[in-house]
Write a protein that binds this ligand. Sequence first.
Ligand code: URA
Ligand code: CA
Length: 433
Amino acid sequence: MRMVDIISKKRDGGELSREEINFFVEGYTHGTIPDYQASALAMAIYFQNMNDRETSDLTMAMASSGETIDLSEISGIKVDKHSTGGVGDTTTLVLAPLVASLGIPVAKMSGRGLGHTGGTIDKLESIDGFHVEIIKDKFIQLVNDNGIAVMGQTGNLTPADKKLYALRDVTGTVESIPLIASSIMSKKIAAGADAIVLDVKVGAGAFMKTDKDAEKLAHAMVRVGNSVGRNTMAVISDMSQPLGFAIGNALEVREAIDTLKGEGPVDLAELVLTLGSEMVVLAKKAGTLEEARKKLAESIKTGRALEKFRTFIKNQGGDPSIVDNPGKLPRAKYKIDVPALKDGVISNIAADEIGIAAMLLGAGRATKGDSIDLSVGLVLDKKVGDRVKKGDKLLTIHSNFQDVDEIKARIYENITIGSSAEKPVLIHKIITE
Ligand code: URA
Ligand code: CA
């Protein structure tokens, strides 16, 4: 087999066989196929697309290109949740202990944040002592004993995706549905999930800017998952404005604690219950979504979910007293209020640009390997659809430097006050096939 023939075939709109896809993935992983040929194929796929069978084969080839996690020592159905990335998306921090509190094993591999989107591991590390550098045996033991553990992505998971994603990033081939779907699903499958709930974000702060594209991606991922024996569904949720109020690592941990107490922002709480209900049904701990939702709400009300969060923190070396005393989380030196400059109704809070403002404060990384400041970020007081008077607080900047004029200007540019606006619909669609 020759790589040049595979490239030409896809360039001309042909369908690649499983053998051809495996030949490419293996050769590229081991370095016998060079970057220039891989980029030519990625570009051909970008223009000519892949059908479901090709996308599934590419997914499985990448999933088995490196280490895979065997979770069979954990009894029960392991349901994983994945978000395609958003701003202020605190969902996993709430969902993991909440779902675990119903006896569903949560064995989660998470990543760090990049650009305007945050990462679960960074957020958790704002808890003093908490760490995710645990070996696989310990990880499995923690899940078996306590029902929940989070570990960092091991270096050797899906090396084919690692190389290909980095290459796509610099060759204009990121925005391809089969390439995104296989990239995401290969990691979930290698990490051992039996069932997968996808949160596909749509809007300014998301990869997918339109419902049409978000639905296409969701369908592609759901079909891949189901065709390889992992029960998969997707929720398409709004990311036109940031989720909840807090954006920034320690600030989001605080928001997660509020939500586990039943005192969180309504959009975050609703998204948690929507995704959580799907997870509970997939794990067969409830027969219907209504029953699942009731159980989740009950666990928040009785404090069981919060108790599970405490145990989880303690087990991974963190200080569980932050749950009762969130003031112990890292705090920024300065709190600077940003007031509304006129009367009206908030009509837009551009999620991507607000995420970048938080990143510029130090909450996120511009490039991989940048260090971040866990204490800083933004806390919104108002969301789209809220009425404001001139002088009302729009949000608070939490910063460790005093001169935030540039960041303030960026914020003002990206929060629009108009004469009227509806609150955006949070759940756009549920995709099950
Ligand atoms: N996230 C991924 O992991 N891969 C992609 O290709 C896009 C987003
Ligand atoms: Ca948030």
